[in-house]
Design a protein around this ligand. Structure first.
Ligand SMILES: Nc1ccn([C@@H]2O[C@@H]3COP(=O)(O)O[C@H]3[C@H]2O)c(=O)n1
Ligand SMILES: [Zn+2]
Ligand SMILES: [Zn+2]
Length: 237
């Protein structure tokens, strides 16, 4: 985990993750703090093979301008960028264009090898790493996606509580759920700890908590069977 913090956390980096397959590395979300976190881990952006983006908020895409410039002008290669087809246009027009637009670079495709994902289509992003984007509710009238990876691992990114989805995932064989967790209610645009604690034990035992605020230490031991994901730790499933 490059970071496990909420958007406003100051003691945790943005909730972004590196996924390692046998031979490749994928960065899931690239927030404002992603490149600093990589640097602190002694890693270069040039070690990344592909990117996957969940939605357009700065703690998930705020590092993309620097990443794009570094790849273009220092490493001189295009990263493969996976993002749901519904977000491609707004990622450029509403976010990155302001910084990245210049004479010879006039589109997202000038910086990235863009591969749009489609709803309901499981796509092999890297050998042995298949992803299905699932539209989940986050901010009213704003598109946001969670990811089901290799049919067994669910990564919520940012989503409101959806117990029916979590129950269905576990019934369908999902073993691990990395879920955003707002420790203090109200959880208007995120899932709260209290909501997750209301899940049946058979679901909770698969849940790991991420995207938490700076008060996390006060909640140690108060999360039932659910565990916290820790930043700069590597997990193997
Ligand atoms: N309607 C909204 C929109 C945003 N927010 C807060 O801003 C943060 C943006 O990043 P996030 O991780 O999605 O969490 C959002 C809320 O804290 C919020 O609380 N309500
Ligand atoms: Zn967020
Ligand atoms: Zn968000």
């Amino acid at each position: 985990m490059l970071g496990t913090g909420s958007a406003f956390a100051k003691t945790y980096f943005n909730n972004n993750a590196l996924f390692y397959t046998d031979r490749h590395t994928l960065l899931l979300d690239c927030g404002i703090t992603a490149l600093l976190s990589l640097h602190q881990l002694g890693k270069s952006v040039n070690e990344i093979d592909a990117l996957l983006i969940s939605h357009i908020h700065a703690d998930h895409i705020g590092g993309l301008e620097e990443l794009a410039f570094q790849m273009k002008f220092i490493f001189k290669r295009k990263l493969t960028l996976y993002i749901h087809e519904s977000l491609v246009r707004s990622l450029w027009e509403s976010s990155l264009k302001g910084g990245l637009l210049q004479d010879e670079c006039a589109s997202l495709e000038d910086y990235f090898d863009v591969r749009p994902l489609q709803t309901g289509v499981k796509t092999e992003l890297l050998p042995g790493f298949a992803v299905e984007a699932i539209r989940t509710e986050h901010i009213p009238n704003k598109l946001s996606y969670s990811f089901l990876i290799n049919d067994t691992f669910f990564y919520s990114a940012d989503m409101r509580f959806n117990p029916e989805l979590l129950d269905r995932l576990v019934k369908n064989g999902v073993q691990t759920i990395f879920h955003d967790c707002q420790l203090k209610p109200p959880g208007a645009v995120h899932t709260t700890l209290d909501e997750l604690l209301s899940l049946p034990q058979s679901v909770q035992e698969h849940v790991w908590l991420m995207h938490y605020d700076d008060s996390k230490a006060a909640y140690e031991g108060k999360t039932g069977v659910m565990r916290f994901v820790e930043q700069h730790k590597r997990y193997t499933f």
